[in-house]
Design a protein around this ligand. Structure first.
Ligand SMILES: C[C@@](CO)(OP(=O)(O)O)[C@H](O)COP(=O)(O)OP(=O)(O)OC[C@H]1O[C@@H](n2ccc(N)nc2=O)[C@H](O)[C@@H]1O
Ligand SMILES: Nc1ncnc2c1ncn2[C@@H]1O[C@H](COP(=O)(O)OP(=O)(O)O)[C@@H](O)[C@H]1O
Length: 272
């Protein structure tokens, strides 16, 4: 039997700023945010097989196999394409319930992998359309480049933002927050200055203007997450903020920091 094997490495993202501007009639919210890819990765392997299967190693993924976003991606593509059964293996390394979009990244990379492997002929726009059906931030991971995102967070404008000369440190407190839970604490409000303009300011200025609307309610209920952000600023961050709906918090530094202000139970990813 011919075994066809392919492996991709889905990466996480951070949100630099997040304004939740309006409640929509479809149950979602309009928002604006900057998505920036970071270097924390899963490993996703797909092998042609006799039947569709999914298994994982690494971090435990909550939910049944059918709930996994890779399997949902398979069924979505199968509606329009003649696909063979595949066996999917995911090594999970991106923290879950962290605001890092790990599940969405897996699904988007799965679509890319299937498109390539089975020559489905899907354009970037067609893959992006498929991805946004699986989750609002899934669409970002098709192109996986820094963007200003708006509407449900699934419409994009590319931005020129390169943080490769800085050190990004990501801290994952021992708390997991679901996106739906985080939205329950939100009162949407329009903004005076768009993030698209603010992000062009020098990084050292960002802390004066750029905020994440989820922080207000999440910090009220989880003082430890607020503490992580404070510790990152005490350690010299030019900018620090919670990513997405939390619970991870990142700091952008000029040099690798000494994180002595941080509680030891937090998991730290250096230079992501
Ligand atoms: C809000 C963000 C910002 O990055 O949070 P994170 O998940 O990254 O933390 C994302 O866009 C999330 O994307 P994703 O996690 O794919 O969201 P989905 O699965 O589509 O939605 C989960 C739930 O969040 C709420 N939701 C999500 C996106 C949005 N623009 N408005 C919403 O109200 C809805 O209640 C929805 O049922
Ligand atoms: N491949 C996957 N990896 C992680 N979580 C997944 C995956 N597929 C489905 N999920 C579900 O999505 C939920 C949140 O996923 P994740 O994208 O990691 O969090 P966040 O939205 O905070 O970035 C998990 O609780 C899990 O039930």
């Amino acid at each position: 039997m011919l075994i066809t094997l392919m492996i991709l490495f889905p990466n996480a993202k951070i949100n630099i700023g997040l304004n939740i501007t309006e409640r929509r009639s479809d149950g979602y919210h309009n928002l604006e945010t900057i998505f920036y890819p970071i270097n924390i990765k899963d490993a996703l392997e797909v092998v042609v097989s006799d039947e569709l299967s999914f298994n994982s190693s690494g971090l435990d993924i909550p939910g049944a196999m059918e709930d996994n976003l890779c399997i949902k991606g398979y069924h979505l593509l199968k509606k329009n394409h003649d696909l063979p059964p595949v066996s999917i293996h995911l090594h999970k390394n991106i923290p879950i319930g962290a605001g890092l979009g790990g599940g969405s990244a897996d699904a988007a990379f799965f679509i890319r992998l299937m498109n390539q492997q089975f020559k489905l002929g899907l354009s970037i726009d067609q893959m992006t359309d498929h991805a946004r059906k699986l989750g609002a931030d899934c669409a970002f991971f098709i192109e996986n480049k820094p963007v200003f995102a708006f509407e449900r967070g699934d419409e994009f404008e590319p931005i020129k933002l390169d943080l490769s000369n800085y050190k990004i440190v990501l801290v994952m407190p021992d708390v997991h927050i679901s996106t739906a839970e985080a939205f329950r604490g939100i009162k949407p409000a329009m903004v005076k200055d768009s993030l698209l303009e603010l992000i062009a300011e020098p990084i050292a200025e960002w802390k004066k203007y750029i905020k994440n609307d989820f922080e207000v309610s999440i910090f009220k209920n989880h003082a430890e997450i607020r503490g992580v952000k404070a510790a990152l600023y005490e350690s010299g961050a030019l900018y620090a903020g919670m990513s997405g709906s939390g619970a991870s918090v990142f700091g952008i530094f000029e040099q690798m920091p000494d994180l002595q202000h941080l509680e030891v139970e937090n998991q730290v990813f250096y230079d992501v």
